[in-house]
Design a protein around this ligand. Structure first.
Ligand code: NDP
Ligand code: 8X3
Length: 251
C-alpha cells in the first residue's frame, strides 16, 4: 500500500534529504516550505526520478491561517498521512541575552514552537481518524543542554522536546507514535540563516571537523519510521564523531 509522508521545511537541508529518502522508497510526499521555486523544483525532481506523487505546498508555519487553510483542506487522496516530520525551523543570531534581538527571538519561537503546534494540530484529525501514524519532530542537541548565547533557540528546542513527550502521552489512545530526533551540528543552510547570510561566519561553524550531513539525519528518520508497528523510538540524540554534546566539540 502506498504511504504518505508530510515533511515541513523541505526546501533545503534535512527536510529536502528526508523527502528524497522517502520518495526513493516509493512513499508519496507532501513537501512544504516558504520558497516556492525550491519546493516546486524538488517536487518535479522527485516525481521524475522516483515515479511517485508529490504535493508541493507553500506556506509559512508561523502563520496560523495559512497552516490551517492548507492542511485542514488537503485533497482527500492526501489525507491518509502516515508520517508527519516537523522539521521546519531556524536559529537567528547568536548573542548574549541582553544583546539578542527581540524580533529574532519571536521568529524562533513562532517558527520552532508555534509552527510545530499549528502543523500538528492541523493534521492530527486525519491520524486520529485512522488510529495510526507517526510524528517525528526535529529537535536539537540545543534542546538537551543550553549553551552560551543560545538563549531563545535553545529554549525553542527544549520546547520541542517537551512537546514531543507531551504528544506521546496524549496520543497514546490513538496508537500514534511520537519520536523526537535531536541532531548536533550539521552542514545545511542552518548557519547561513542564523548569521543572516554571512557565509564566512557560517563556514567557521563547520571548520576543523566533519559535521553531520543532511543524509545522516534522513537515514535515521527513515529507520525510525519503518520499524514494526509495535515499536516506537521515543528519542534519538545524534552528533558527529567530533561532538559529545552541545558544549564539547573537538576541532
Ligand atoms: P535549513 O536552513 O537548511 O532548512 C530549514 C528549513 O526550514 C527550510 O526548508 C526552510 O524553508 C524551513 N523553514 C524555516 N522557517 C520556516 C517557516 N517560517 N515556514 C516554513 N518553513 C520554514 O536548516 P536545517 O535543515 O539544518 O534545519 C532543519 C531543522 O533542523 C530545523 O528545525 C533546525 O532547527 C534543526 N536542526 C539543525 C541542525 C543543524 O546543525 N543544521 C542541528 C539540529 C537541529 P523556507 O526557507 O523555504 O521556508
Ligand atoms: C543546531 C545545532 O549546536 O548550532 O540545532 O544549536 S546548534
Amino acid at each position: 500500500m502506498e504511504k504518505i509522508a508530510l515533511i515541513t521545511g523541505a526546501s533545503s537541508g534535512f527536510g529536502k534529504a528526508i523527502a528524497e529518502k522517502f520518495a526513493a522508497a516509493k512513499w508519496n510526499c507532501i513537501i512544504t516550505g516558504r520558497r516556492e521555486e525550491k519546493i516546486l523544483a524538488l517536487a518535479t525532481e522527485l516525481t521524475e526520478k522516483y515515479g511517485i506523487k508529490i504535493l508541493p505546498l507553500v506556506f509559512d508555519v508561523q502563520n496560523k491561517t495559512q497552516v490551517f487553510n492548507q492542511l485542514s483542506n488537503l485533497p482527500e487522496e492526501w489525507q491518509a498521512i502516515d508520517l508527519l516530520v516537523n522539521n521546519a525551523g531556524l536559529a537567528l543570531g547568536r548573542d548574549s541575552f541582553e544583546k539578542a534581538d527581540l524580533a529574532d527571538w519571536e521568529t524562533m519561537i513562532d517558527t520552532n514552537v508555534k509552527g510545530v503546534m499549528y502543523v500538528t494540530k492541523a493534521i492530527l484529525p486525519f491520524l486520529i481518524e485512522r488510529k495510526k501514524g507517526q510524528i517525528i519532530n526535529i529537535g536539537s542537541t540545543a534542546g538537551k543542554e543550553v549553551y552560551k548565547d543560545g538563549n531563545a533557540y535553545c529554549a525553542s528546542k527544549h520546547a520541542v522536546d517537551a512537546l514531543s513527550k507531551s504528544m506521546r502521552i496524549d496520543l497514546l489512545p490513538y496508537q500514534i507514535k511520537v519520536t523526537v530526533i535531536h541532531p548536533g551540528a550539521a552542514l545545511t543552510e542552518f548557519s547561513k540563516v542564523r548569521f543572516k547570510g554571512d557565509e564566512s561566519k557560517a563556514g567557521l561553524v563547520y571548520e576543523g571537523y566533519q559535521a553531520l550531513e543532511a543524509i545522516d539525519v534522513a537515514d535515521i528518520c527513515f529507520y525510525a519510521a519503518t520499524l514494526p508497528a509495535h515499536v516506537c523510538i521515543n528519542e534519538i540524540v545524534v552528533t558527529c564523531l567530533a561532538q559529545a554534546n552541545s558544549f564539547y566539540l573537538q576541532k
